[in-house]
Design a protein around this ligand. Structure first.
Ligand code: DGY
Length: 328
């Protein structure tokens, strides 16, 4: 069987695929293949190991009718039309859990970078502008004792909350439903409606998947509810925030600071207005980028692909039952 990996990934993933006896073709480019390149490269493949940069939809699958499995090396799958896959009997797999803690760590890295103005201060030193100790220099916001508002209280949101206890924070969260009362007690977290969370939080952090319902979840109306002293952090997906509304809010000083690991558009062009604000920290979608976690993601993506192509239930599939139900 032939499998195509749409970019170079950590070695363990490729080794697993080769050890399973597959003929493995890895897209050699540093940038993702264009759609046409992917179709040409993956012609005749049985399975694809994809990244969040590939759009997998009905027309792509129709152009690659031999593909039976799409294994995405990511927990998010807004790049995949799962219904189109299921309709064509294509199994879709993702890599949850293995990146939860690493992504939560990075959320905290952004919280500190913004609240304590780390990037501005580092730039200052690099520019040779550090002249003396300044009583009024780089005054930031305290992270300890702040109210942290978490929007989306799934695995990553809860991992972020767990870290908050070490900083004596009050944790507010919102989601479709509250978690079990024992879990709330354990995480010292209080369920509140979204608007109340925005009005009360010093730091708001987003942990929802990108769906039609969450696109522009944070728009002009929501940004107007933030405290002017608040910080917004997004490590989820760029389009969860309405970028234009965010730029407008920053222009009129509606927010104290913003940390974005994901943007819309992504990548963000170097001349984008968001990059003009000193109180905005943007990183290039690296929240899961630790050595160990990326190896684990590659391994799980490979295991998913191997199991599904061998006709066994993959460790983490979104539609295995639906596809099997359709094919038996
Ligand atoms: C994901 O997995 O969805 C992240 O955005 C990349 O790790």
């Amino acid at each position: 069987m032939r499998v195509v990996v749409t970019r170079r990934i950590p070695s363990r993933g490729i080794e697993l695929l080769r050890d399973a006896g597959f003929d493995v073709a890895v897209w050699p480019g540093e940038l993702p293949p264009t759609r046409e390149e992917l179709i040409a490269f993956a012609r005749g493949a049985d399975g694809l190991l994809t990244l969040l940069t590939e759009r997998i939809d009905g027309s792509l699958l129709d152009a690659l009718p031999t593909v039976k499995v799409v294994s995405n090396m990511a927990v998010g799958y807004d790049n995949i039309d799962v219904d189109a896959c299921t309709a064509r009997g294509v199994v879709v797999c993702i890599t949850p859990d293995v990146l939860t803690e690493t992504t939560a760590d990075f959320t905290w890295a952004l919280i500190f970078a913004v609240a304590r103005r780390v990037c501005e201060a580092v730039d200052n030193v690099r520019r040779g502008a550090w002249r003396t100790w300044e009583p009024l220099g780089f005054l930031g916001k305290d992270v300890h004792s702040a109210t942290l508002g978490i929007i989306g209280f799934g695995r990553i949101g809860q991992a972020v909350a767990r870290r908050a206890t070490g900083f004596a924070q009050r944790v507010l969260y919102t989601d479709r439903n509250p978690v079990a009362p024992e879990r709330e007690r354990e995480l010292n977290a209080t369920f509140v409606p979204p608007d109340e969370l925005l009005q009360r939080s010093d730091i708001v952090t987003l942990h929802v998947p990108l769906t039609p319902e969450t696109r522009h979840l944070i728009g002009a109306r929501e940004l107007a509810l933030f405290k002017p002293s608040a910080i917004l952090i997004n490590t989820a997906r760029g389009p969860v925030v309405d970028t234009e509304a965010l730029v407008d809010a920053l222009r009129v000083g509606r927010l104290w600071g913003v940390g974005l690991d994901v943007t819309d558009p992504e990548p963000l062009p170097a001349d984008h207005p968001l990059l003009q604000f000193p109180n905005v920290v943007v990183t290039p979608h690296i929240a899961s980028a630790s050595e160990v976690t990326r190896q684990r993601m590659a391994e799980l993506a490979a295991q998913n692909l191997i199991s599904a192509l061998h006709g066994e239930c993959p460790p983490r599939s979104l539609n295995w039952d639906a596809v099997r139900g359709r094919t038996v």
